[in-house]
Design a protein around this ligand. Structure first.
Ligand code: 6CS
Length: 344
């Protein structure tokens, strides 16, 4: 079942929504799961599969209701609704979560994650840095970090050809709302403009922004390609997302129900990896076959080099923003990446 609610929830309706978490361990329960993406997206595919598995394994005792993007609010508002217990689950992507949990922005440092997809999957699914060091940061916001998964390589769309940092001069690049992304696109030579996902299409159409960056499936389903001249592959970033739960809700579950959630998110690591790959490939074909297909450019290694160099400044900015704990997270993650790449 999918539900649509008004954008802003009153305190009363938020409290009513939270009743699902008051049910006893063996009682029937409704768990609410909100998405930062629309129907038919990668996050939707994840939530649908999660719902199917939870409902089946619980013998129907637990039902999962999915709220696609647009029904409850922006990414930031969804995270707040989980933290205050109005929702049990939501996607919370580092691209927006960085204001609340600064060290999670380590996943927004360009050219840091492995080029090898298998390593990205492995690290996001089971990294010690992520699930041990960063879990306290989530807990301090009353959030339980359940899992993290990739949604595909992020591609630039633009109203002009961009092949060097000079081309980015005076270019208004829409970024998600985490502060590190502003630093990243400043380092690349652009004028970064943070804004919520729902405003990007009209921003591009009205010329308030000149470009944006997202995985291919999103460029297709949000129709950004219709109002852009170019799609540009620079290899700078995988889109990553987390699934968070309300910490009180999760900690208050019976062992059996915790196991139900934990085993399901584990099973989903391979499932969603395959789905996002398929979605990105299929949607690229759809864009290519459209009358409004933008010109497509893959930057050469040589063209990528100045952007890679600029990413060094972004690492420094990350450490400046997050201090010693952030530096430890960054170094530990780099070690995990190197170990995985060597093992391949
Ligand atoms: O660009 C954004 O804001 C969004 N992009 C994707 C692919 N998912 C959620 C996120 O909020």
């Amino acid at each position: 079942m999918k539900r649509t609610l008004r954008w802003s929830l009153s305190a009363v309706s938020a409290a009513a929504l939270s009743l699902g978490m008051l049910a006893g361990p063996a009682a029937a329960a409704e768990w609410k799961f909100a998405l930062e993406e629309v129907d038919g997206s990668v996050q939707d595919a994840y939530a649908e599969e999660f719902k199917k598995r939870i409902e089946k394994k619980s013998g129907g005792d637990v039902t999962v209701t999915i709220y696609p993007y647009g029904s409850l609010g922006t990414s930031t508002q969804l995270t707040e609704l989980v933290a205050n217990g109005a929702l049990q689950f939501a996607n919370a992507s580092p691209g927006h979560l960085g204001k609340l949990i600064p060290p999670i922005q380590v996943f927004s440092i360009p050219y840091l994650l492995p080029e090898n997809d298998e390593c990205t999957k492995r690290i996001l699914g089971s990294s010690e840095v992520l699930y041990e060091s960063l879990s306290d940061e989530f807990a301090s916001q009353n959030l339980k970090l359940l899992t993290m998964y990739p949604e595909g390589e992020m591609v630039w769309t633009a109203n002009k050809k961009i092949t060097s940092p000079e081309d980015f001069e005076n270019f208004k690049m829409r970024v998600m709302t985490s502060p590190l992304l502003v630093s990243a696109y400043e380092a690349f030579g652009a004028n970064p403009t943070p804004m919520p996902y729902s405003e990007v299409y009209s921003g591009l159409q009205l010329g308030q922004i000149d470009g944006q960056v997202n995985p291919i499936f999103a460029i297709q389903e949000m129709k950004f390609y219709e109002v852009q001249e170019y799609m540009i592959w620079a290899g700078q970033q995988e889109f990553t997302t987390t699934v968070v739960a309300n910490a009180d809700f999760y900690n208050g579950l019976s062992e059996e129900r915790k196991q139900l959630v934990d085993s399901t998110v584990k099973e989903m690591v391979d499932v969603i990896f395959k789905i996002q790959n398929e979605y990105n490939q299929e949607r690229l074909e759809k864009i290519k076959n459209s009358d409004q297909a933008p010109k497509m450019i893959h930057l050469t290694d040589e063209q990528r080099e100045p952007f890679r160099k600029a990413a060094q400044q972004v690492e420094e900015k990350f450490v400046e923003m997050t201090g010693k704990p952030g530096k430890q997270v960054l170094n530990a993650l780099k070690k995990e990446i190197a170990a995985c790449e060597q093992s391949m």
